[in-house]
Design a protein around this ligand. Structure first.
Ligand SMILES: Cc1cc2nc3c(=O)[nH]c(=O)nc-3n(C[C@H](O)[C@H](O)[C@H](O)COP(=O)(O)OP(=O)(O)OC[C@H]3O[C@@H](n4cnc5c(N)ncnc54)[C@H](O)[C@@H]3O)c2cc1C
Length: 389
């Protein structure tokens, strides 16, 4: 099914990746986003090898390697700084055939956007989609300003609070609060904080403090704290909040809090979605967080959005019964994969953040006792479930 037109709603990681994959598959592609200027929410993201492989295949291998941090090891530490486990990532890389890359979100968005434009995709900003209408042989997106866009397929990559999810499901599925708040940002790399080639994670009291290297001599850091929904979000309070939540934690954690620039930090109440049982309706396909927003505790939400775009484009070019038929095949494949990931990530979020304190205690023990190879094998298993083995 070449020579067709795709209308993509949302220019996040999911929408842009799908846009590139569809354009490379011969589709005319228009991406629409409601924002006036594309600015990623949050500062960093770990792209595990399943996501990296797809981007490599889309021709972004060099660009990604240039923005990716060198992450050779993982280490878990207790709140007093004592080492729980030190894990080489080399066995993982050898098993799956590709390094993972922690990246700054703005860098990732820049390379996706540049590629999308290089392959001839068209981006339209300040265009908020307010509805969709399907005809027999086309689908129309309606925008707030009264304009419309007509295509053979509509990709709904409009994020965790997707409007188009309701259209596909004939029902509204609200995002579910995961029970914790995440602060994230970037700071210059310093060995006074953590080794420069290591993802360092401090765990205790159902909280986490983490640092991972990205290009440009920066650490992407985050803090996680279980909190009720709706606590005050004011960047002027961030340092005091973090000092109080992480009181008594090891010196590098205190230094990190001192070094953050609060006005550049994102503070997010973590939500996930689903698993939902329908990803497509007619010519409309949900993709990325709109379909399966995922707790970040596996680092897989964005990687799944990337996989979605790849799989969707492949069915559209490799099967030729009809667009709705190709979309059903996409749904069948992606539902299995993303259901597993959403559930796994939610279970992990609960285990990390003390939903059942006994389970969290056991997790701390497991971190101390499990062999580094068990850790990398578990990560490899998730990676190898992706579409490019
Ligand atoms: C704290 C945190 C850490 C994370 N860490 C990782 C990680 O390490 N690894 C990983 O793989 N994933 C991670 N994730 C998940 C990842 O960020 C998301 O899965 C990914 O960004 C989803 O991309 P998306 O394109 O589906 O949605 P989004 O990035 O949300 O993009 C949706 C776009 O749609 C636009 N939009 C919405 N509604 C409309 C409308 N009506 N009309 C037009 N445009 C609209 C929005 O403006 C937005 O640009 C993390 C998430 C969080 C919150």
């Amino acid at each position: 099914m070449y020579g067709l037109k795709a209308v993509v709603i949302g220019a996040g990681i999911g929408g842009l990746t799908a846009g590139i994959a569809l354009r490379q598959a011969g589709y005319e592609v228009e991406v629409y986003d409601r924002v006036r200027e594309l600015r990623p929410v949050g500062s960093g993201i770990s792209l595990w090898s399943n996501g990296v492989k797809v981007l490599n295949h889309l021709g972004l291998g060099k660009q990604l390697a240039a923005i990716g941090g060198t992450m050779n090891y993982m280490e878990y530490r207790q709140i007093n700084g004592n080492l729980l486990n030190h894990i080489s990532l080399q066995p993982l890389v050898e098993e799956v055939g590709q390094r993972p890359y922690p990246v700054a979100r703005r860098d990732l968005q820049n390379i996706l956007l540049a590629k999308f434009e290089e392959v001839g995709g068209k981006l339209n900003l300040s265009t908020k989609c307010i509805g969709v209408k399907e005809g027999f042989s086309e689908v129309t997106a309606k925008f707030e300003d009264g304009s419309t866009a007509v295509g053979d397929i509509l990709v709904a990559a409009d994020g965790v609070r997707s409007l188009l999810r309701q259209y596909v499901l004939n029902d509204s599925v609200e995002p579910k609060y995961a029970g914790y708040v995440n602060w994230n940002g970037l700071v210059p790399i310093s060995t006074a904080l953590a080794p420069a080639d290591t993802w360092s994670i401090y765990v205790g009291e159902h909280k986490r403090a983490s640092l991972m290297p990205v290009a440009g001599n920066r650490f992407y850091f985050f803090f996680d704290v279980p909190l009720p929904l709706g606590t005050v979000n004011n960047f002027a309070n961030y340092k005091n909040e973090l000092k109080s939540h992480f009181q008594g934690w090891a010196e590098p954690v205190q230094r990190l809090i001192e070094r953050i620039e609060p006005e550049t930090v994102a503070r997010v109440e973590i939500h996930d979605v689903g698993p939902i049982n329908k990803l497509v309706k007619g010519r409309v396909a949900l993709l990325g967080d709109a379909a399966h927003a995922t707790c970040p505790d596996l680092g897989q939400g964005g990687c799944q959005a990337i996989e979605d775009g790849w799989v969707l484009a492949n069915y559209l070019v490799s099967t030729n019964l009809s667009v709705p038929d190709a979309l059903r095949r996409y749904e069948l494949e992606r539902k299995v994969r993303t259901t597993e990931i959403v559930n796994k990530a939610r279970n992990r979020a609960e285990a990390i953040h003390g939903k059942d304190p006994e389970v969290t205690e056991k997790w701390y023990q497991q971190l101390a006792e499990e062999s580094p190879l068990d850790v990398t094998s578990a990560i490899a298993k998730i990676i190898k479930g992706g579409p490019l083995h």
